[in-house]
Design a protein around this ligand. Sequence first.
Ligand code: PMP
Ligand code: GLN
Length: 382
Amino acid sequence: MRALDSKLPQVGTTIFTLMSQLAEQHRAVNLSQGFPDFRPPLELLELVERALAGRYHQYALMPGSMALRAAIADKLAALYSVRVDAAAEVTVTSGATEAIFDAIQAVVRRDDEVIVFDPCYDSYEPSITLAGGRTVHVPLTGSRFGIDWDRLKSALSARTRLVIVNSPHNPSGALLDSADFERLAELLRSYDCYLLSDEVYEHVVFDGAKHATALAHAELRERCVAVFSFGKTYHATGWKLGYAVAPAALTAELRRVHQYVTFASTSPLQQALAEYMTAHPEHHLKLPEFYQERRDYFARLLAGTKFRPLHAAGTYFQLADYSAISSLPDVEFARWLTIEHGVATIPISVFYREPPDARLVRFCFAKENATLDAAAERLRRL
Ligand code: PMP
Ligand code: GLN
């Protein structure tokens, strides 16, 4: 047989896996891959046990448990005043990653262009490539990682099929506000183009800011798939559950893909989440404060080091400039820091098509204070 021609020749092992493996190998404090080291709420875990002891062992409904979709619709109404039809517009997926993949396969055809903003989450481009599309990279600008509207305008064309935005933004923590969505709506108005809005960190916003969802913009709502993740909201990234919200016709196409990617997502966890969301609608209301305390705690620790933190408006990531410590490029710096000094981070150049000449790494601060203390003790020695 001929050697297999890769459909994704540019793709290697993800930076998250590489850095977590390196961290384990060198017993480093792992602030690289984004996951909390604290547990989901105890009551949620009890509900999972109850679901497992009960009758939730067979396939869930293809679009997701009806109870869970109803809880999601209630939440969107209460939190964002966004009304959705739980039956026709909400689809539960195996993580936001699956929702992103399904949405891209549903709308992108051969040679269609998809605009992404760099630094850009790593799953978008491979999903676009597998759909036969072309990824057009538009860099975010400045230390606040804002959209350069002129560059976006020049990138848009009749070939553009999809634009992908991510707010709160991984890895920069930048937020889009409702004025940004208004501007985006104006630019997209004359194109036959969809919007994929990755809002997995919707509850991790700081300093009194409110998350702006693309779904709240009436015009964008018509062309938008918004994706969310239970992993982020319930400190359970390993459960791999998320959901997509889109108008009925778009949802129908997304489900055509979903039903042949996973068919349905894990049923006992869906049941437990539905019950927990109904009993504890206040859970996510406490998350901004919960994570802001961690952000501020970590910022105080970094103040005792030579790292210079950038402004962090949202997400559980903190970017920091290391140019006072080293002139190594970030991938080498991150390896050196892990191997020689026992702290693992994520270099951010890997999220760019054309990396800027910056000396930035990303720390994940979704960690117990003791973990952050242990990292800081090592970082102070640099
Ligand atoms: N989008 C972004 C921006 C993320 O950071 C993540 C989390 N890793 C995902 C999507 C994927 O979420 P999930 O773990 O639910 O698949
Ligand atoms: N989204 C997580 C991060 O940004 C990692 C997800 C993964 O490992 N694929 O760190």
